[in-house]
Design a protein around this ligand. Structure first.
Ligand SMILES: Cc1cc2nc3c(=O)[nH]c(=O)nc-3n(C[C@H](O)[C@H](O)[C@H](O)COP(=O)(O)O)c2cc1C
Length: 269
């Protein structure tokens, strides 16, 4: 909810023009919130030259001033995308809580359709062994493929891996084929695939920038969605959908160079 400090408002109309839901008007020379369709996106707050907008209902405002010098460098941004790799080999070192908070903040501040904050995060650290057991059991339950499923690219290979993971479950010292011994897993839930995936992608860029490594685990996401036991343990609604799983730690591999990619199909009209 927004209110406008009329003592400070100079009636410049910037907030009126920028309001996506047209929910602010000028009245008697100052801005006035209509209070009908506000999505709390904060554009009015961000644009006001007098800081006259009051946002209510946020646990913490946590505001930073915009400085164009801090936008970053496009060449470095592209370099980072070219040189990031999925990391599937990790050291024993844990991810610090300050790094974890930065990763989670990337999700929090990422854009969401309609500004609906409908993305949530399950952070797993000390319970990884238990979660892995439930996840591997879930994948094993999907490993007998139908003839239709066998036609899906790579599916036969995946199913073979899931069976192998299951057979390894009770073998002391058997490799961790699901999480590759990573110390941190974050499962992202949302009714919206795109909101969750945008959050995940931005979180990945923070992981890389912190010098950490990660891979997206489609296996884990699939396992969670097929496992009422995992959802119960995560204390999420049984009907909610896991959209992405980030397996994170300190890299134990170092890549020397980027890799080529096939051309994208790009159509200009
Ligand atoms: C949605 C998604 C799911 C993925 N699932 C897995 C997975 O379950 N296990 C795994 O080892 N890698 C997984 N990956 C990583 C891809 O295999 C990897 O991104 C791709 O091979 C390209 O390699 P790169 O990330 O190093 O560029 C996944 C990636 C994405 C985007």
């Amino acid at each position: 909810m927004i209110t406008i400090n009329k003592e400070i408002c100079i009636g410049c109309g910037l907030c009126v023009d920028d309001c996506f839901t047209n929910d602010i008007e000028l009245s008697d020379g100052t801005a006035q919130a209509k209070g009908k369709f506000c999505i709390e996106c904060g554009h009015c707050f961000a644009i006001c030259p007098e800081n006259a907008i009051i946002l209510e209902g946020f646990p913490s405002l946590d505001i930073v001033d915009v400085d164009d010098n801090n936008r970053g460098n496009p060449d470095i941004l592209l370099y980072r995308m070219k040189t990031r790799r999925s990391i599937r080999s990790f050291t024993d070192e844990h991810v610090s809580s300050s790094d974890l908070q930065k990763i989670l903040e990337m999700g929090k501040f990422s854009p969401k359709a309609g500004n609906i904050q409908n993305v949530s995060y399950v952070v797993i650290e000390e319970n990884i062994p238990y979660v892995r057991k439930l996840a591997v059991e879930s994948l094993y339950g999907m490993s007998d493929l139908t003839e239709e499923q066998k036609k899906i690219p790579n599916m036969t290979y995946y199913a073979k891996k899931w069976k192998e993971m299951y057979e390894y479950l009770n073998v002391p010292g058997a490799p961790d084929l699901l999480f590759c011994y990573a110390p941190l897993v974050i499962v992202i839930f949302s009714p919206s695939d795109i909101n969750a995936c945008i959050a995940a992608a931005h979180m990945e860029s923070m992981v890389y920038t912190l010098g950490l490594g990660m891979f997206y685990s489609g296996f884990m996401t699939r396992a969670v969605n097929a496992s009422p036991a995992l959802k119960k343990f995560f204390a999420v609604d049984e009907s909610s959908s896991a959209r992405a799983s980030l397996v994170i730690g300190h890299p134990a591999v170092y890549y020397q160079r980027s890799v080529p990619k096939k051309e994208s199909l790009i159509i200009y009209r």
